[in-house]
Design a protein around this ligand. Sequence first.
Ligand SMILES: Cc1cc2nc3c(=O)[nH]c(=O)nc-3n(C[C@H](O)[C@H](O)[C@H](O)COP(=O)(O)OP(=O)(O)OC[C@H]3O[C@@H](n4cnc5c(N)ncnc54)[C@H](O)[C@@H]3O)c2cc1C
Length: 315
Amino acid sequence: MRHHAPRQPLTDVDVAIVGAGSAGLSAALVLGRCLRRVLVLDGGAPRNAPSPAVQGFFTRDGTKPADLLHLGREQLQPYETVEIREARVMGITPKDKHFELTLEGRTGRTSTVTARKVLLATGVEDELPPIDGMRQLWGRGVLHCPYCHGWEVRNQPLAVYGRAKLVTGLALLVSRWSPDVVACVEDPAYLTANARRRLRQQKIQVREEPIIRLEGTKGGELRHIVFESGAKLARTAVFIHAHQHQRTALAEQLGCRRNSKGAVWVDKKQQTTVPGLYAAGDTTPGTQQALLAAAEGSAAAININETLTREECPK
Ligand SMILES: Cc1cc2nc3c(=O)[nH]c(=O)nc-3n(C[C@H](O)[C@H](O)[C@H](O)COP(=O)(O)OP(=O)(O)OC[C@H]3O[C@@H](n4cnc5c(N)ncnc54)[C@H](O)[C@@H]3O)c2cc1C
């Protein structure tokens, strides 16, 4: 599947897309429609895999995460120049005018592939607080985003857990969906008088005692928050502000500029600080939603195709 564009380096494909989540599949669709030779590489589950549904995605509200991506893959089938391969990208080496990617297949076998441009659509991984029950209930009883899940738990007894610096804003936001919100503060000594006043005004109760575990059902629903004293608070869901890190160190290894949270900086064309390397979706700064990731993937694809066209048709 070698592709030879005049005056361009001989590469296996025009574009390698790392990650087949919403951002990667959406980019592949646009590039496939440009007759570009595209290899999409994916090495695992998307970020929202533990969630029962993707909410707020125009025309797909309530679709299971796996079904959304299945549909995305299915709709790539007519585009014969697009291949999806189950492989983890272990390294990306910039060459003279192209990139060499090192892949590890499911069996552990490694191989290389060359591409003129690379799109990183590798997403992020959430770091959950080390409290018993958090991981088991993640995506159902433990939630991170009221825009994704607020409507499903509207008017129910809710909690918000986290550091004083972040918990106030999240609790005030969540109070839009329910009049019964309790803020469980990890470091109450840092909760300012102003924050307490704002929470009080919104009738949000503050709990200052450490949480020792969450109790819920096997299906992932939250029943109780259990405090150090043994006291139990019945809640339907707890929202947290999870820290996160990049799913891969590829951008870091390539020396891409990143922000203080580790997100990969991109310009208006989704181009990173490494020429020819683009990024889209959760891996870049900004609001993290499946539809927005898909939109960024689409924008990256258009910009990649236009850059390739300019390179192929010099002035
Ligand atoms: C619990 C939960 C629920 C959510 N609910 C919603 C919701 O209801 N609505 C909504 O809009 N958003 C929701 N989100 C946010 C949504 O999941 C993300 O915004 C979206 O998945 C981002 O898409 P992405 O393509 O950037 O990344 P991802 O979907 O995370 O996809 C990245 C892909 O890259 C692959 N990958 C990573 N590294 C490599 C590598 N080195 N080699 C090969 N492949 C690699 C991963 O395996 C993965 O398949 C939720 C998030 C969470 C955590």
